[in-house]
Design a protein around this ligand. Structure first.
Ligand SMILES: Nc1nc2c(ncn2[C@@H]2O[C@H](COP(=O)(O)OP(=O)(O)O)[C@@H](O)[C@H]2O)c(=O)[nH]1
Ligand SMILES: Nc1ncnc2c1ncn2[C@@H]1O[C@H](COP(=O)(O)OP(=O)(O)O)[C@@H](O)[C@H]1O
Length: 196
């Protein structure tokens, strides 16, 4: 975690969205953003190589490890973590400016990042996306066909630990039907906006 992070939360709401690899986080958010613009998506930085369809500056900022380390040293991340063997971090500037402008922001980050955010933004809203079953998760990850066997195995091992953390989240949403899940997320965003 970065020291000296001080962000004003008087403006927008910070949503934290986590879930195991292959549960459908990206798919559900893509579907949601087709019809909803009530939250801003924070684009993370990563040292993971891009998948075929992924665009730099859209899905992630893809960087080499030395660049990531440089930004880390400059305290440019709200949080960062090593996940499945690569580094991932949330750039501070975008989130800070959006929240200060009164916009609501969603971070799609892993459980380690969520723990860090919980310490510095206890007011954030934490949402965990769960698979209907572990075998459904295995099938989804296999069907995505974006990792080799070894990487898929690592992601599934990590998934068990990630799912154990779900009870620490404010909301747990099972991703059965993509459209229904997107609607449930919009429902959560709107409910939280109305409360503040
Ligand atoms: N801590 C942290 N985790 C992130 C960040 N961006 C993405 N992640 C998480 O890193 C994990 C791997 O992401 P990715 O490589 O896109 O794989 P996927 O989950 O299989 O789609 C997921 O749990 C993401 O939520 C970030 O900025 N910080
Ligand atoms: N509700 C769902 N039902 C069936 N398949 C799904 C569902 N949501 C996502 N998928 C599929 O599961 C795979 C993993 O989804 P993805 O969005 O890449 O997951 P994540 O971002 O959580 O790693 C993709 O092939 C996607 O099409």
């Amino acid at each position: 975690m970065q020291r000296g992070v001080s962000l004003k939360l008087s403006g927008g709401i910070l949503f934290v969205f986590s879930g195991p690899s292959g549960v459908g986080k990206g798919t559900v958010l893509d579907r949601l953003f087709e019809k909803y613009d009530g939250v801003e998506y924070s684009i993370s930085m990563t040292t993971r190589p891009p998948r075929d369809h992924e665009e730099n500056g859209e899905d992630y900022y893809f960087v080499e490890e030395d660049e990531f380390e440089r930004i880390k040293a400059e305290e440019g991340f709200i949080e960062w973590a090593e996940v499945h063997g690569y580094l991932y971090g949330t750039p501070k500037k975008f989130v800070k400016e959006a929240l200060e402008a009164g916009k609501d922001v969603i971070l799609e980050i892993d459980i380690q990042g969520a723990r860090q955010v919980r310490k510095i933004f206890p007011e954030a809203v934490f949402i965990f996306l769960e698979p209907p079953s572990f075998s459904a998760l295995e099938k989804r990850l296999a069907s995505r066909d974006s990792e080799d066997n070894e990487m898929r195995k690592l992601r599934l091992e990590n998934a068990r630990k990630e799912i154990e953390e779900a009870s620490r989240y404010d909301y747990r949403v099972v991703n059965d039907d993509i459209d229904e899940t997107a609607e449930r997320l919009i429902g959560i965003f709107e409910k939280e906006k109305n409360r503040r």
